[in-house]
Design a protein around this ligand. Structure first.
Ligand code: ADP
Length: 200
């Protein structure tokens, strides 16, 4: 399997690039943000509980998102690989993901981060909030809170994968196609490396 994590702060373009990557490489897209927003739209108990955290810019508790990911991985047992977007966001989530993938006799192949400076991100999120209807994108205080949470809880996830030798960052500034080309060639290199190892 080819399992990729697209990593980066809120507004760095993970959702946009993920859609293009899954289309090109035939991976299953697992976005915890999208899954949570679907639960909210469906007015499930999980969605109602999650909304109160999301609207404040806080993380939804680990058990909740890990449970959602577990269900999705089970549902796509014959996938050729997954693209994780917005997950893992804490070291505990990263450890749980490693355990889930080990049970499936697979692992994370690569983590690619999109690097974008905070001031640019805040501009993008405020602009997105004007059209997306996302309540967490319209209030600057909530946006700042999400960055603080990212620094405290999510940045350590980068070190977790650096220790495993799986982490690589690319520039997240430029046109959508420029960034997609950079991501695509990195992914192709990784796929080729994986194939040459399995052919030995
Ligand atoms: P963004 O990357 O723009 O912040 P997402 O759509 O990924 O947006 O997430 C929106 C919100 O959903 C987050 O601020 C958080 O409250 C919640 N969320 C998404 N993924 C996770 C996760 N893996 N763990 C905890 N909370 C999450």
């Amino acid at each position: 399997m080819f399992n990729l994590i697209l990593f980066g702060p809120p507004g760095s373009g993970k959702g946009t690039q993920s859609e293009k990557i899954v289309e090109k490489f035939g991976l299953i897209h697992l976005s915890t943000g999208n899954l949570l927003r679907q639960e909210i739209a469906d007015k499930t108990g999980l969605g109602l509980a999650a909304k109160s955290f999301m609207d404040k810019g806080q993380l939804v508790p680990d058990e909740v998102v890990i449970g959602m990911i577990d269900t999705c991985i089970e549902k796509h047992a014959d996938a050729k690989g997954f693209l994780f977007d917005g997950f893992p966001r804490t070291v505990a989530q990263a450890q749980a993901l490693d355990n889930l993938l080990t049970l499936k006799k697979t692992s994370i192949t690569k983590v690619i981060a999109l690097d974008v400076l905070e001031e640019e991100l805040i501009k993008r999120l405020i602009k997105r909030g004007e059209t997306s209807g996302r309540s967490d994108d319209t209030n600057e205080e909530v946006i700042r809170r999400r960055f603080a949470v990212y620094k405290d809880e999510t940045e350590p996830v980068a070190d977790y994968y650096k220790h495993q030798g799986k982490f690589e960052a690319i520039k997240g500034i430029g046109t959508i196609d420029e960034i997609f080309n950079a991501l695509g060639s990195l992914i192709e290199t990784e796929i080729a490396a994986q194939q040459s190892v399995s052919a030995q």
